[in-house]
Write a protein that binds this ligand. Structure first.
Ligand code: ZN
Ligand code: ZN
Length: 402
């Protein structure tokens, strides 16, 4: 399952009102459509703009309206915190604040080193019986998990989301969240005290670098109880992604999340290494999912030429994978959502899907793009229906009735 993040688009004026998929040279991707069944799909529902996390949940067969409550738990799982049902998790920034708790630099100068040491100094605290787990992520980012009885994710953000604003007090948005808000405020205060005296920050100050003297949580979410993917579908799954949010989705569903050297989640990611890792993973898994973030990044940057380049690089990866693929493997090409360069953001536009392999009916679609796929056999499918469809094609679905 190859998930090209944010690849579908809208007509681009500079491309003669074609989409990047329509102008890119991509023989390997097209051949999946040519030799199989294609379609366009609403990953969540018509008019719903998917996030990458909710979209991936749907594609793996979990209704996001039922299982999703905030990005925090997925980010936390993605950086390696073993997130459990009932935990309340937040995304965080290391920031620079002045003595009045005004934010001077929301990203602490995009701090690149020393955050593991800073995280170590503030993880493991306990307030009112609630355990506090903190771990650094890439650059200035981090994840905070609260564990204990009586927690509730309905609290406001501490991060004011803008420069020179005051650090916000965490407020309960429901009476049940009073304890959570108090613990967050205690953590922000105590971590500020500890970080201000930390050696890493002393050294940064002596070099005139912004100090990472505060941690600002936002985006609280709780982890809902969910059945592991293998239990639900009887498939042993592996996942390959560069970005921690999606590694978190994989881990929470019980996938084996594979770290690939050179898979950065950026434009420079080593796609061929990801493809090779996917082929290797197929030896011991029933399902292998790869997420390629690059087209989404170009979409957010408004960079249509960059998006075309990303698609052509993905095509090389698909070509390598196809060459090494055993004949009994079903290949599914799709995206989690559209990220049109004209919007620089995700949209509710349907995504393209194509699948080829033994047992798949072949429709008349020859090319993999937004327009060609819309006349294919799989049109109108929802994301949540993908897993049952795949199981059906593979002869693993159970009969309903006699
Ligand atoms: Zn995405
Ligand atoms: Zn995106």
């Amino acid at each position: 399952m190859i998930i090209s993040d944010g690849m579908p688009d809208r007509p681009v004026e500079e491309l003669d009102f074609n989409t990047p998929l329509q102008v890119a040279t991509k023989p390997a991707i097209d051949s999946v459509a040519d030799r199989g069944a294609s379609g366009t799909m609403d990953v969540i529902a018509p008019g719903v703009v998917p996030g990458s996390d909710t979209a991936h949940l749907a594609l793996f067969g979990y209704n996001p309206f039922e299982y999703y409550s905030g990005r925090g738990p997925f980010e936390a799982a993605g950086v390696g915190i073993d997130c459990r049902p009932g935990d309340v998790a937040f995304r965080c920034n290391f920031s620079t604040v002045d003595e009045k708790m005004r934010v001077v630099d929301r990203r602490a100068g995009r701090i690149k080193s020393g955050t593991a040491e800073l995280a170590k100094a503030i993880t493991g605290m306990k307030f009112e019986g609630i355990e506090v787990i903190f771990k650094e992520a890439t650059e200035h980012r981090g994840a905070l998990v609260l564990r204990g009885d009586g927690l509730d994710p309905r609290v406001s953000d501490v991060d004011p989301h803008e420069q020179y604003a005051m650090v916000q007090e965490c407020r309960p948005l429901a009476p049940q969240a009073n304890l959570t808000a108090r613990v967050v405020n205690s953590f922000v205060k105590e971590s500020h005290r500890i970080l201000s005296e930390n050696q890493v920050n002393m050294e940064r100050a002596s070099k005139d670098l912004p100090v990472a003297n505060a941690v600002l949580p936002r985006g609280a979410g709780t982890l809902r109880k969910l059945e592991r993917f293998e239990t639900r579908f009887g498939l042993k799954a592996s996942g390959i992604a560069g970005v921690s949010l999606l590694k978190g989705v994989f881990r929470i569903l019980g996938f084996n999340s594979i770290d690939v050297a050179g898979a950065t989640g950026g434009l420079d990611t080593d796609m061929l290494a990801k493809g090779a890792a996917a082929l290797k993973a197929l030896e011991s898994s029933d399902l292998v999912a790869i997420n390629i973030k690059a087209p989404d990044i170009s979409g957010h940057d408004g960079d249509f030429a960059g998006k075309v380049t990303s698609i052509e690089r993905i095509d090389k990866m698909v070509s390598e994978i196809r060459t090494g693929l055993p004949s009994n493997v079903l290949m599914v090409m799709l995206s989690d959502h559209s990220t049109p360069v004209s919007l620089r953001n995700h949209s509710a536009d349907p995504v393209c899907i194509a699948m080829s392999g033994k047992g798949v009916r072949v429709d008349g679609v020859k090319k993999f793009d937004e327009i060609a796929c819309s006349s294919g056999m799989l049109r109108g499918m929802r994301g949540i229906e993908l897993m049952p469809t795949v199981l059906g094609v593979m002869g693993r679905a159970e009969k309903f009735g006699a």
